[in-house]
Write a protein that binds this ligand. Structure first.
Ligand code: ADP
Ligand code: MG
Length: 327
């Protein structure tokens, strides 16, 4: 297959009409018309085979996840998605693979009325890089830098499922051998959380004007909350027993292992935000009505750093802090 045909395949499958596109795929650059009075939110994330997803991941899931991790960043800014570009590096021009990949990408794009407006197609080791663009009204974008002492810390959804899903897939993991015999339903829930993260766009919109700071949890709760604390010049105290867990996670892991997955696992793509308890009160109802409730997990304190306590008040030590490249 020629490069031109591959691009055509992707374009056809991801076609979504938007009035704010003056010129889409096909020329040297797209021409876009952002709404006046709004900020343009722009973010890029790359997925490399074998690093960000197991090499045998289904192409449909790779397409979904490549967009999802970028939309999660827009969600964390309280931005509304609009457009994306897609740079894809493929070992070979396999029609079926590209079709399935594009279908996964398009399925999520359609949910958010997001249009693919350009990209790049090259040959090499499998990697996918997406740039997502969205809008946020001036002054209501959610930043990392606004957390204040006395704010409460919240997280949407549940934590640790994706990292648990990765363990379910890892047949060489001796500590996780019992997972191979776990009920299929539980394993599937966790693996789906790994392969098909749901960007919390609706939740990010609810948090405009409510959250004092916000971040999406991609590298692990503690590592990402540390970014918020550093940007806000504060610290955080987290109660391990308040961390939200799915029934699958509760059913398959003992408490220490569950805490490790929830605190340091990564790939959750939930929103962690801070707010005064008064401001959060109304928003919590609105969040629950989006189908993804938020849970209070701790509070912002003056002393720098993130500390985690168990129900007996003991400080938990984490074996690792989160996923970081080049360490
Ligand atoms: P150029 O050589 O001028 O950079 P290309 O031949 O790479 O142009 O791309 C032609 C058109 O197809 C451009 O509009 C580009 O944005 C788009 N395009 C290329 N690859 C992709 C892709 N993987 N997904 C979406 N659009 C793409
Ligand atoms: Mg050109």
């Amino acid at each position: 297959m020629r490069e031109f045909r591959l691009i055509e395949l992707i374009r056809e499958r991801c076609a979504i009409a938007r009035e704010d596109i003056a010129l889409g795929i096909g020329d040297d650059a797209a021409l876009l018309a952002p709404p006046s009075g709004q900020r343009l939110a722009v973010t890029s994330d790359t997925l490399v085979a074998g690093v960000h997803f197991p090499i045998d991941t289904h192409p449909r899931d790779i397409g979904w996840k490549a967009l999802a991790v970028n939309l999660s960043d827009l969600a964390a800014m309280g931005a509304m998605p609009a457009w994306a570009t897609l740079a894809i590096t493929l070992p070979a021009a396999q029609r079926r693979w590209v079709e399935q990949f594009a279908d996964g990408f398009a399925a999520l794009a359609r949910e958010h009325k997001l249009a693919l407006v350009g990209g790049d197609t090259t040959q090499g080791p499998l990697a996918v890089s997406v740039t997502a663009l969205g809008f946020a009204p001036c002054d209501t974008a959610l930043l990392r830098s606004g957390a204040r002492v006395g704010d409460a810390v919240y997280v949407t959804g549940t934590l640790g499922d994706a990292a648990a899903g990765l363990r379910c897939l890892n047949k060489a993991d001796v500590d996780a051998s019992h997972l191979l015999n776990a009920p299929a339903g539980m394993r599937e829930v966790l693996i789906a959380r790994l392969n098909r993260p749901q960007p919390r766009i609706a939740q990010g919109l609810v948090l405009r004007g409510v959250a004092s700071a916000c971040i999406d949890v991609s590298d692990g709760l503690v590592a990402d909350l540390e970014h918020v604390c550093r940007a806000s010049a504060v610290g955080a105290q987290i109660d391990a027993d308040s961390l939200p867990a799915s029934s699958s996670l509760l059913g398959l892991f003992d408490t220490p292992m569950r805490h490790e997955l929830q605190l340091a696992g990564g790939d959750d793509y939930e929103l962690c935000f801070t707010a005064t308890p008064e401001r959060a009160a109304d928003a919590l109802g609105d969040l629950a009505r989006t189908g993804c409730a938020a849970t209070r997990i701790g509070r912002i304190v003056a002393e720098p750093g993130v500390r985690v306590r168990d129900s007996d008040g003991r400080t938990l030590r984490l074996p690792q802090h989160g996923w970081e490249h080049f360490q």
